[in-house]
Design a protein around this ligand. Sequence first.
Ligand SMILES: Cc1cc2nc3c(=O)[nH]c(=O)nc-3n(C[C@H](O)[C@H](O)[C@H](O)COP(=O)(O)OP(=O)(O)OC[C@H]3O[C@@H](n4cnc5c(N)ncnc54)[C@H](O)[C@@H]3O)c2cc1C
Length: 297
Amino acid sequence: MDKKKSHHISDILSAGKQTFSFEFFPPRTAESSEQLLQSIKQLSFLNPSFASVTYGAGGTTRELTHELVVKLQHEVGFSIVAHLTCVGSSKDEIKNVLQKYQDNNIQNIMALRGDPPKGSSNFIQTANGFGYADELVEFIKFNFPKMGIGVAGFPEGHPESIDKRKEIYYLKEKVDAGADYICTQLFFDNNAFHNFREMCEKENIKIPIIAGIMPITTRKGMERMSELAKGATYPSKLINAVNNSADDSEVEKIGTDWATNQVMELIENKVAGVHFYTLNRSKATLQIFKSLNLNSN
Ligand SMILES: Cc1cc2nc3c(=O)[nH]c(=O)nc-3n(C[C@H](O)[C@H](O)[C@H](O)COP(=O)(O)OP(=O)(O)OC[C@H]3O[C@@H](n4cnc5c(N)ncnc54)[C@H](O)[C@@H]3O)c2cc1C
């Protein structure tokens, strides 16, 4: 039984208010499940515009992603975006995944190509699969025309791309294939976002661009993130502050303050929305909402 009617992200965005949304990943252990449940409980009080659930590298969390997506929409009452990648799946397999989402009234997909396997720099297209995300967008639009579709954008450039202009041209192909909005890779320097938005405008990309923000909370997390979010760089001022900090509680304060300032500046510059990479934790996001007196929906 649905607690709340699910919405298309495009409808939420076109209502004109800046959106605030959260990203979660499917937990793999009982302990991390508990941690996520606690975070969701806390974050649900913030009444997010929507939440999204990632799809593990190489499609490794297909079932877990599905489980969490359905739970968040039907039990918690969030409007949900399910991430989906082309890695290791044929068109038929992807069609089955999409059909299951449609049957469960999940109305939004984040359509992604996915990364090459660890240790390899080349993405390998699965037999009868997709080579790039725009093909997945087109496939969803054709087979599941009622699905809302988000796509990824990279303010500092995608790591495989050597020509930023061309990259924006390829992004436009995803938009023309039917994407409703763009959500960006995380970034720590707002200038990267503003330049990216300007390049998109010049390429006649008119759909909303949501900014991805991740508050740093530990030194280890910061190192791990530079491996995962390839292409996102840390400004030297932030690196120096973290290097000079005594412990992780100081890192958490530095990271949260940094993200708070980023969000404040983005709001002032009329960003369509801010998407928080929560890493299944709530403290930093709660603090940012409190400091800025943010209000979703
Ligand atoms: C908001 C967000 C959420 C994400 N969520 C997940 C997730 O849940 N699970 C996961 O595994 N990964 C996730 N990723 C990572 C993403 O899968 C990788 O960054 C991947 O390498 C690129 O995906 P894409 O959809 O941008 O690919 P594409 O848009 O296909 O682009 C991939 C590369 O190919 C280039 N390109 C595109 N079209 C063409 C063309 N026609 N000819 C030549 N080159 C082309 C692009 O410029 C780019 O360099 C996420 C990224 C972001 C920003």
